[in-house]
Design a protein around this ligand. Structure first.
Ligand code: SF4
Ligand code: SF3
Length: 517
């Protein structure tokens, strides 16, 4: 096996014996074969979309290979069969890409090709969340085939860079599509305080990014005496008006994904994984893990896809386990008893006047977007310290699961607005981009001239597609950590650093000083 797609990759170079994430060689090899079969399908379709069934396989095939999604080689093999059958309908002579070539060759070309593939995996997840809400953008769908076909071809470094920038713009359209899917189905998020206390009685913990799964589960638990708690990237659901209609959606349990083996160990409740990030379940709770969509783990109970999923086994498990006998007061990483979310684009733009006045009056000196993935490796304290040490006249926008390092901190307000504003999930980077563009308009300057700095943390492939979007938009001076991707070769990294002024993070003090001078 070979895999270097995530931030925890072995030795900062690549997993070759078994994944640090727990991915077995058989699964890794099947995932490579699946990727190569998808390239075969795109070759057969001549880089064009060929209908809903193939489109769905392309999205799910790419999504399946994201870090911490699917550990079940039978499921991956089943997808390979379906992809090949679809290809054979079009052109049985079209060849799959050779798995031996996927990660081999000139290091810079491998780096550029991998960056595109990994970004596409991230975009596939967002496209799939939009697709389940019946939202499709033909430009985005078509680009999956174009990109897959390109992955199987030879290109010069310049052509690869061109493809990466084109992809970044398409991913912006994909995030816009998902934003539109979520806001038209569930309304615009509103600032919402979310409790971290778990009330007594049966409950279910739901994690991942898929809001439709949460919605269907809330409908099916209504009136059953079973409460529902979000976890990880599901937290922002509390802010949508549609989800506020369910009084049994009580609060948020736990923190970011890498703490799950500790946090899920002793809870008297089942856990539903709708997307990444699933860690290898410990035997003490593996019988309480339920997966759905493309998420799978051998032995874990899988809830199959259909228009309305049947969550009865999960609900029965919650009733059987019964929950805690008394309310359980839990806290965030820093001891806070609740967290705020819901500062998506609509809310932030509705107070744009206040924000602009505060900037003009000098009350707000700088904005930081401190966001992205959380992870297990040391060095991520940087982000907590950065937020704690940021001067009082600065505002912190945040998104994705990295926020759990600091979202329960009270660092005060400016002009009635909290200094930490959670914009939502990682895909809500779209909201952040819209806010940045609106601020640039208001100040009649470019986004790069705003008093705004992006301080990003990455772990998996959704972060890769978002970074490519930011670069494609010409956003410069981004700080990135905790470490650099293993798939960026020294030459490719040099290009990104010189073209986009990308900065690897150093220390919070140092970086704050450089940014604010
Ligand atoms: Fe290693 Fe990350 Fe790949 Fe898992 S996803 S095998 S940890 S590089
Ligand atoms: Fe987190 Fe896995 Fe990336 Fe959506 S849930 S941001 S790491």
């Amino acid at each position: 096996m070979f895999c270097f797609q995530c931030e925890q990759t072995a030795g900062g170079k690549g997993c070759t014996k078994i994944g640090v994430c727990g991915k077995q060689p058989e699964v890794a090899n099947s995932q490579d074969e699946l990727t190569c079969a998808l390239i075969g399908l795109a070759r057969a379709s001549q880089g064009k979309s060929v209908g809903p069934q193939a489109d769905s396989l392309v999205r799910q095939g790419l999504f399946t290979t994201i870090t911490n999604v699917n550990f079940d080689s039978d499921r991956v093999k089943d997808l390979i069969k379906q992809v090949r059958a679809e290809k054979n309908k079009l052109d049985s002579a079209a060849a799959d890409f050779a798995p031996s070539e996927l990660w081999n060759g000139d290091p810079d070309i491998v780096s550029l090709r991998s960056t595109l593939l990994l970004g596409m995996r991230g975009m596939a997840a967002y496209a799939e969340h939009a697709a389940v809400l019946n939202k499709d953008n033909p430009e985005v769908t078509a680009w999956f085939y174009k990109g897959l076909q390109a992955l199987g071809e030879e290109h010069s470094a310049e052509e690869w860079l061109g493809l990466l920038m084109e992809f970044g713009k398409v991913n912006l359209a994909c995030m816009a599509l998902l934003d539109e899917a979520n806001t038209s189905a569930y309304g615009h998020p509103k600032p919402t305080k979310v409790s971290l206390t778990v009330e007594k009685g049966p409950f279910i913990v739901v994690t991942g990014h898929d809001l439709l799964d949460l919605k269907q589960l809330l409908e099916q638990t209504e009136g059953k005496g079973v409460n529902v708690y979000t976890h990880g990237e599901m937290l922002p659901a509390h802010a949508y008006p549609e989800f506020k209609k369910y009084p049994h959606l009580k609060g948020n349990f736990g923190t970011a994904w890498q703490n799950q083996q500790k946090e899920f160990d002793n809870i008297p409740a089942p856990i539903l994984f709708t997307t990444n990030c699933l860690m290898v379940p410990k035997s003490s709770y593996s019988d309480r893990v339920f997966t759905t969509s493309v998420v799978a783990f051998p032995g874990a109970q899988h809830i199959s896809d259909s228009n309305v999923k049947d969550f009865s086994a999960l609900i029965d498990k919650a009733i059987e386990l019964g929950g805690w006998p008394e309310d359980k007061e839990l806290t965030g990483i820093n001891g806070g008893k609740d967290v705020m979310t819901g500062f998506a684009r609509n809310t932030v733009m509705s107070v744009a006047g206040t924000v602009i006045d505060a900037v003009k009056a000098g009350a707000i000196k700088h904005f930081f977007l401190v966001g992205g993935c959380d992870g297990a490796k040391p060095g991520r304290n940087y982000y907590t310290e950065f937020v704690q040490k940021a001067p009082k006249d600065t505002v912190i926008l945040t998104l994705a699961c990295g926020k759990y390092r600091f979202n329960d901190l009270d660092i005060g307000e400016i002009g009635g607005l909290p200094r930490i504003m959670d914009m939502g999930q990682c895909n809500d980077a779209y909201s952040a981009i819209q806010v940045a563009v609106a601020l640039a308009d208001a100040f009649k300057c470019g986004v790069n001239d705003l008093p705004l700095t992006l301080v990003l943390s990455w772990y998996e492939q959704k972060a890769v597609c978002i970074l490519l979007t930011l670069l494609a938009l010409g956003i410069k001076n981004i700080y990135i950590g905790p470490s650099l991707p293993a798939f960026l070769s020294p030459n490719v990294l040099n290009i990104l650093v010189s073209k986009f002024d990308l900065h690897p993070i150093t220390t919070p003090e140092n970086d704050l000083q450089t940014i604010l001078k």
